[in-house]
Structures are given as structure tokens and as C-alpha cells.
Design a protein around this ligand. Structure first.
Ligand code: HSE
Length: 310
């Protein structure tokens, strides 16, 4: 019988405003699904990609799911071949951790197919290598929460030191994805290489406050801490209507609102589902007033991360 397994990996909100490059949070939906089948070809191939509009490369060495599997097989000394079918539900260049999700689902599936030689956490370096191929730099702020679930702090990248942070029970995430594409590379190019000391002080005060708010179940503190004085002011121009969308969200039930990862998706965190739905609709309304279509995803925090579906 052919050995075939399908895995799901969720969207993630990197940065969470103040935690630029060091915080990431997993949501329940949407997410990518990857089917992996073992074979005796000795090669890794991408057989099909659905949902990417033909935009992703089919060469395994240029596709994040292929790279993650190749790196995994090399590290675990397996010579098996594998074929991949990628169901791309996360929009590309959206700021929802799309490239990480495909790599995470792929590596979770191959690890399962081969009898789980590695623990979940040990799969992270393969995903980061895939991220490096896709974005030019290896960030764990999407990859780690996508794989492990919940809210993750990346204390150090090399050697990797990641910390899982508890989150309040009734915290609900909203993602509103306007139909414009922003490439991570371009969103990083608008940033400055240095920051003013006064901005650094504000940013690390808010990062610490956000972590404290999460651990103390203090929703108001979470809201006060969702402030980004470093990346958001420079990236806002890449998202039509961003400041109006943020204002509308804050007036309609959001604790805080910002850019998800490198954008253009706008996220907010809310206390309870009702507030989340209201805030999401308010953001969508602003985009609509600019003739910009968008999708809303309202979701509890995903505390499990990527998993096998069948
Ligand atoms: N922290 C990254 C950025 C997100 O904002 O550029 C992609 O990992």
C-alpha cells in the first residue's frame, strides 16, 4: 500500500505590533494543507499545487514545501523519494505566514510518514531553511507558532531559543486580507537599519507589557501594549486605508490593531467573538470604501499548531 499522509498548518500573525521579528501567534483558520506520498524514486517532487494561481514554483528546490522535505531527509539520512501535493489556501504575499505554512505542513507530514524520527520542535530548522529560500532571510516568527501553535517569543535565532507564552482563553484574532500583494522583501526594504533610542524604549516596554498582559489575562494591558513605533509607521503606506482601518477597528471592539507580519493583512485582537466580528466588519468597510475587496477570518488562538489530518 502507498504511504500517504496529509497535514494542515495554520496562518500566523508575526510581530503582533510591538514584537517585530520576535513574536508570532497561530490562528485556527485559514491554513495550508500538504499531501506527501513516499516512493522509491530517490527524489523529491512537487506533483501539483492548487490555489496559487500558478504563481508558485514546481521545482522542489525553489518551493518551501520541497525545500523543507529535502532538508529533513538529508538531516535524518533517509534516501526515500517523496511526492508533494500542495493545497494553497493562504494567499501569497499576504502577511499571514503563507510560505512558512506550506513548509511546516510538508515537514510534519514527512516526519509522520517516516515514523516520527524527530520531535515537533526539532522540525523548525528545516522550515527556517525553506523560509530563507522564499524570503531571503530565515525568520522563525511565522514558522515557530505555525508548527507549535499559540504565542511564541523568539528570544534568539542562532542558536534558536523559543519560548511558548500562555494566552487568555477569550482572546479572539481577526485577520482582514485586502486584495493587494505586499512582498516581505519589499516591506523590509522600507525599514531603516537603525532606530532612535526613544523608539527602542517604547517598543521594548510594549513588548514586555504585551507578554505580561497575555500571562496575566489582562485584556486592557494587551490593548495598550499593541503599539508599534518602528515598522508600522513606515509600512502603513503600503496598505491603502491602513490608518482609517485601524481607527475603525479600535472604535468597534478591537483591543489593538496592526499589520499582520509584513502585510497587507490587518489584524486585531479582541475580547470575545462578538467584538471580533464587529471589528473585522469595520475594517472591511474601510477597504470597501476604497473599492478594495477583502476577506475576514475570525478565529480563536490555535494552541496545537500544525497537525496530521489523515
Ligand atoms: N517579522 C517579519 C517582518 C515577518 O515583519 O518582516 C515575516 O517573517
Amino acid at each position: 500500500m502507498t504511504k500517504r499522509i496529509k497535514a494542515f498548518a495554520p496562518a500566523t500573525i508575526a510581530n503582533l505590533s510591538c514584537g517585530f521579528d520576535v513574536l508570532g501567534l497561530a490562528v485556527q483558520q485559514p491554513g495550508d494543507e500538504v499531501e506527501v506520498t513516499l516512493n522509491d524514486s530517490g527524489r523529491v517532487t512537487i506533483d501539483a499545487i492548487f490555489g496559487d494561481g500558478g504563481n508558485l514554483p514546481l521545482e522542489a528546490t525553489r518551493n518551501t514545501s520541497g525545500v523543507a522535505i529535502i532538508e529533513f531527509l538529508r538531516a535524518t539520512h533517509h534516501t526515500t523519494g517523496a511526492s508533494v501535493v500542495l493545497h494553497k489556501n493562504l494567499p501569497l504575499g499576504s502577511g499571514m505566514g503563507s510560505s512558512a505554512a506550506s513548509a511546516v505542513a510538508a515537514v510534519v507530514a514527512i516526519n509522520e510518514l517516516l515514523g516520527r524520527p524527530l520531535k515537533k520542535k526539532e522540525l523548525l530548522p528545516f522550515v527556517m531553511e525553506a523560509e530563507r529560500v522564499a524570503c531571503g532571510s530565515a525568520h522563525a516568527d511565522n514558522a515557530a507558532p505555525c508548527l507549535l501553535g499559540g504565542l511564541i517569543l523568539i528570544r534568539e535565532n542562532n542558536p534558536l531559543d523559543i519560548i511558548e507564552i500562555p494566552t487568555p482563553k477569550d482572546l479572539v484574532c481577526v485577520l482582514v486580507h485586502p486584495h493587494v500583494e505586499v512582498k516581505t522583501r519589499d516591506a523590509r526594504a522600507v525599514l531603516k537599519p537603525t532606530i532612535a533610542l526613544k523608539d527602542g524604549i517604547k517598543q521594548w516596554a510594549n513588548t514586555a507589557a504585551l507578554v505580561a498582559g497575555m500571562m496575566k489575562n489582562d485584556y486592557d494591558l494587551i490593548g495598550r501594549a499593541l503599539v508599534d513605533v518602528i515598522a508600522e509607521p513606515l509600512r502603513a503606506d503600503l496598505i491603502p486605508g491602513f490608518w482609517q482601518a485601524k481607527e475603525a477597528a479600535l472604535k468597534n471592539g478591537a483591543l489593538g490593531c496592526g499589520i499582520s507580519g509584513s502585510g497587507p493583512t490587518v489584524f486585531c485582537l479582541c475580547h470575545g467573538r462578538e467584538n471580533a466580528i464587529r471589528a473585522g466588519k469595520a475594517i472591511q468597510q474601510v477597504f470597501l470604501s476604497l473599492a478594495l475587496a477583502s476577506e475576514i477570518f475570525v478565529s480563536e488562538i490555535n494552541r496545537e499548531g500544525a497537525h496530521i489530518t489523515h
